[in-house]
Design a protein around this ligand. Structure first.
Ligand code: T4K
Length: 370
């Protein structure tokens, strides 16, 4: 079975180059490359329509968008968050001068556990930063209830959650703000990029200023700002991507379903029903259990040896990273178990049946032969 072309955990979904060229020609002709030009307006408009969201700010990446969202609420104190995420969730908290307080994730999924959030609230708590991990919505109803009861801001890191389904209404307008990423590895990519959606008009205005050096009108600068604008090329690409993203999402769903049926009878490979039923299939996490003949790490290595490059999202836990370990204050049993057992398999719209079958066959082969 030793082979062949590499298979990565993800590949960016892109439009045909022919569709992009006319937009590039326009950018070349007008020399309008950044600072909110025609394509910025177009992408913003189309994205608002697609997401059915009124107040939406385009950003140069998800990390700066997250950081800016925290800054916009002018918070000082502790933010309750999850150790089971990409480090960017926590770096945004530290960059905003806030202290992360980590709590465990739910036992039957990968999102923050609302009951653990309540236990961690102190007089210094000012916000909850929850992550819709792998594009599976958090328990937003419960988190909103907690935020309202304790007077906390509720911000969602929705970096993975473009197109995620939710029986809770408009997912991105829940809580006080939601942040999406348009990185190369995300469902909709503008190469780099991100956006903040909020129901608060004043916060939206602040976010628009913040990404442009804090400039209000005519170089009036009252508040802090940075440069976090999304350039015209990314906006042009994003406006095309929005016409394709439903196809991307349904292609991902088909691939996820194929994995689910292929591993139904595989000892030791477990899929999480929440991910299959409520996620946007941005990631394909499987749990490598004790009854699989290889450990998660051995499976990861064996697949890599066959040119299949999975990812151990999220290992190590953020709280095990040197910079963040000082903020560890409790045990994270469920997060630790997920971190040690989850392997994210290749999933992206261009993953063809043959290549997916290669991944499936190897995992099943190791299950039988070891
Ligand atoms: N919050 C959460 C919960 C996040 O997961 C992230 C980012 C953020 C916030 C911050 O959003 P951004 O600031 O990024 O907008 C990746 C990404 O760099 C990162 O965006 C992402 N989360 C994180 C989960 O994963 P790596 O180190 O795994 O990426 P990399 O470069 O190894 O790419 C993985 C695979 O994707 C490669 O093996 C091949 C493929 N790939 C990647 C790139 C960049 C391509 O085919 N083409 C490409 O250009 O971190």
């Amino acid at each position: 079975m030793k082979n062949k072309n590499p298979i990565y955990v993800t590949r960016p979904s892109l439009p045909k180059l022919d569709e992009v060229i006319p937009l590039l020609e326009h950018i070349w002709a007008t020399r309008e490359v950044t600072n909110g030009g025609r394509f910025s307006d177009l992408f913003q408009y189309k994205l608002s329509q697609y997401l059915n969201a009124q107040n939406l700010s385009l950003y140069s990446n998800g990390t700066l968008a997250l950081y800016s969202a925290l800054e916009a609420f002018d918070l000082r104190g502790e933010v309750i968050t999850t150790p089971y995420s990409f480090v960017a969730t926590s770096s945004a908290i530290l960059a905003a001068g806030l202290k992360p307080v980590y709590v465990d994730i739910e036992p039957d999924g990968f999102n923050i556990d609302p009951t653990k959030v309540i236990e961690a609230i102190t007089p210094k708590t000012v916000a909850i930063l929850a992550v819709h991990v792998y594009g599976v919505p958090c328990d937003v109803n419960k988190l909103e209830e907690i935020a309202a009861q304790y007077g906390l801001k509720l911000i969602f890191d929705a970096a993975h959650a473009f197109g995620a389904k939710c029986d809770c209404g408009k997912l991105l307008e829940r809580g006080d703000a939601s942040v999406l990423s348009f990185h190369a590895t995300k469902v909709l990519t503008t190469f780099e990029g991100g956006t903040v959606v909020t129901k608060h008009e004043d916060i939206h205005r602040r976010l628009e200023e913040f990404k442009n050096f804090g400039v209000q009108k005519q170089y009036r600068v009252v508040n802090l700002g940075l440069n976090a604008k999304l350039n015209e090329f990314s906006c042009a690409l994003g406006s095309i991507q929005l016409g394709l993203v439903d196809q991307y999402l349904s292609a991902r769903e088909k691939i996820a379903k194929r994995y689910a049926s292929a591993f139904k009878c595989t000892n030791g490979i477990r899929l999480i029903s929440k991910v299959l039923n409520y996620g946007n299939h941005s990631y394909m996490p499987v749990i490598v259990g004790d009854d699989y003949p290889l450990t998660r790490d051995d499976l990861y290595e064996r697949l890599a040896h066959e040119n299949i490059y999975c990812r151990r999202y999220f290992y190590p836990l953020i709280t095990d990273l040197e910079k963040y370990s000082q903020y560890t204050s409790r045990e994270y049993k469920n997060a630790r178990s997920a971190s040690e057992r989850v392997l994210c398999l290749p999933i992206y719209p261009d993953l063809d049946k043959n290549n997916q079958q290669r991944v499936i066959d190897l995992i099943n082969f190791f299950a039988e032969k070891n």
